[in-house]
Design a protein around this ligand. Sequence first.
Ligand SMILES: [Cu+2]
Length: 340
Amino acid sequence: MTMAWSGGGARMKPVDLRTAGTIACALLSVGAAVIHFAVLGEHWQEWWGYGLFFGTSAWLQLGWAAAVASRPSRATLLLGAAGNLAITALWLLTRTAGIPLGPASGETEGATFIDGLASGFELSIATGASAIALSHLERLTLRPALAAIILGTSAMAVVVLTTVSLVDASAGEGHVSTEGGGHEASEGTDGAEHEESASAEHEGNHQDAAGSGRVANLVVSGAYARESSGDEAAVYLTVSDFGAADRLLRATSVIAADVQIHENRVEGATASMQPLDGLDIPAGGNVELKPGGLHIMLLGIREPLEPGDTVPITLEFEVAGKLALEIPVRALTATEGGQP
Ligand SMILES: [Cu+2]
């Protein structure tokens, strides 16, 4: 690459559009790689497969930037265009239909500035690199000053936008999951609760105040506690398994003296609750704890649970380990009755 924009404007060689475009694509690729490296950790925590994807993409984008800048062959350009188009298509899929892979399988994610930006870069590379490879842009020359302005501006744009997106992602929710009732999450956003979810994330899981979370290949969703009657309250939730079989060993909560796993049994005219010493989670299956069936029972609650409260509860699985959740409290409804 012979870019000589140092020295006086009159002595600079004209730059052809192919060269200028290639440099712009390489810059965009570096920007996309930096973003992918920045979000690698959080995706790896969710599932090693997502982590591997982001890590591989980042290194390939960095390698491609170096390759195309030093030797912009047609094959290199087309390879970059195809790769970036594939990544953009995959991103679109996760934002619309969800992908059938990993713990977030079938889930759609909210688009954030950082991944929108990475996708913008990738789409620009895909179109730019194919245009350069398939047409004869080297015949078009730019005046050196104009080329310097265009390349300087795009370099600045990549650097500034990428940096802003990283600040944005590390300061707040870089990865917003829209699973479960998203609006419920906004109900309890006081400081104490934020602290709770932050510490839960340090344990290697992902959760929000809407009663959902994940650990390893298990996703817990729709968790809530019933308004207490006496000093007891039932907890309902769904455990979805996206990998090998597991077992819920126990649950604990600082607000209850004892927490048991219960099953409702109806014998003749009487319904009774039987404590279970665990709950098998079949490989790839769903276990639903719902009114009238399986539930987790909080016993010896220190203070009454009222609708609008949130309750901390920790589930302990045999393989996946612990998952700490903040779950909402819901009113007892007429249809569900008072019986758990
Ligand atoms: Cu019970």
